[in-house]
Design a protein. Sequence first.
Length: 607
Amino acid sequence: MASAVLYHSINPSTALISRTHFPSLVFKDIPAEVCCFPGQKANSSGQENGRNKKLKKVKAAVAEAPKSEGGVSKQTVKKLRILVAGGGIGGLVLALAAKKQGFDVVVFERDLSAIRGEGQYRGPIQIQSNALAALEAIDMDVAEEIMSAGCITGDRINGLVDGISGNWYVKFDTFTPAAERGLPVTRVISRMTLQQILARAVGSDIIFNESNVVDFEDDGEKVTVKLENGQCYEGDLLVGADGIWSKVRKTLFGPSEAIYSGYTCYTGIADFVPADIETVGYRVFLGHKQYFVSSDVGGGKMQWYAFHNEPPGGEDVSGGKKERLLKLFGDWCDNVIDLLLTTDEDAILRRDIYDRKPAFTWGKGRVTLLGDSVHAMQPNLGQGGCMAIEDGYQLSLELDKEWKESIESGRPMDIASALKRYENARKLRVAIIHGLARMAAIMASTYKAYLGVGLGPLSFLAKFRIPHPGRVGGRFFVDIAMPLMLSWVLGGNGSKLEGRMPHCRLSDKASDQLRRWFSDDDALERALDADWFLFPIGDSTSSTDTIFLSRDDKNPCVIGNAHHPNFPGESICIPSPQASAVFRVKVLKLPPKISKKTDEIEVLQVV
């Protein structure tokens, strides 16, 4: 048996690091006005400024009905104050959208420097076409800055592959659904970079750092929030964007347990450029009770996630994460092993994956929820942050509609009704995508390439490489359902993007070979920036030398053992039109020692 190895000599360099940049920090601590929470005494003092005085003295916007006549200016009418608990992606997008609408916004964040811990544990984030379009509807300049800082993955092949062989199972087309609707193509961007761009656009005077909302009271006319340090603020409504462990949610609906997905996740970033970097954006490597995800994140780096089915709360021995992963995925294809080997131990982080059941009610009165605080989902579709971005846009839209209706009718703003409309507009779409994310996890981790995998005493059947019926049936289903699902997920919210002007992004273009790569694995292999080598393995009947596999019909190589009397070797080559992931090379003579009902040598691709 011999293995053909793809080799390429690209090393990360400054020449490759071109698109990802990291804006300077824009956050600062802002002194807050102290007021008494109902039933509480102020326990700290703060330095007053004009904005803080207004925070304490402002009355709810609904206290006085805005008039369509009588000299009430737009500036005065829009003094609706929105309090946002949480300065993560969803909270900042809402703040930006509300600010652009002319509303007064205050964002309370516990720790901007760590993004509530998400930055170090979750790495780069995928911003898909639907979320990028929502950002364009909010602020085109900010959207352009985010897209320029990101790495485009939607213009390449993405999809599912077999974890052991590395062969493609299903390829995803995320480019066509975006291009047909004139939407931006999916990007990957550093969470820290994304947050800093959003925070700079929102403004440091709006974001209160080291301000953790722990309680609130809604008296029907205003909402008063209490911070961990005892300081209090009043506003017209409160939006809980404080993540999966939301304290706003807990106060609204009581304590509830997040649901453990059954998987722990290791993640890391490798300084590694694979041979297919120009043709493949991200891959999900399928396996039994474990799966692996890799994605180009730009700058000569690859982000990866390794999921393994096990009880929650597990811990690794010091310095043992990488060693454990190499044991768990040791027999997987080199696409996986290369990423693990090129990642430093200290760069590997671990967290258990939780989500929450889709909620039927998102809020009460003048308080509502947004993002992970109400619909935390598993990361398998890359839509968690995207849904939070859509939430932020939709909520600002409903508040602006309510303000305009109040102007036209001369009645007070009905905040509770506006929040309920926001909730109703979002619930169904979010619930479906939440369910799809769970289904994706099940499919990725229950995949079985061959009959016998995971069957205990019958596992010996796997060596016969009989395709598992579930794999065959699953492939048929995915081939039909995936295009429809991607079209709806990426473009299904377009009708609600009232602030986005229809346009096409001519800069978001793919290779003219992309369509061919989806249907022709040989064409995809030929596009690799790599060479093929044949490395000997097995017994002494194999060649002892590494062979370069020429793709020139006039310059064949030799497979065999010149010292073996029955198998001195035969000349072969891999013609340019034929370079599949698994390519069988016909050999005219094989020694009896290795001839077992076949006269073929299997040449395997290893990147």
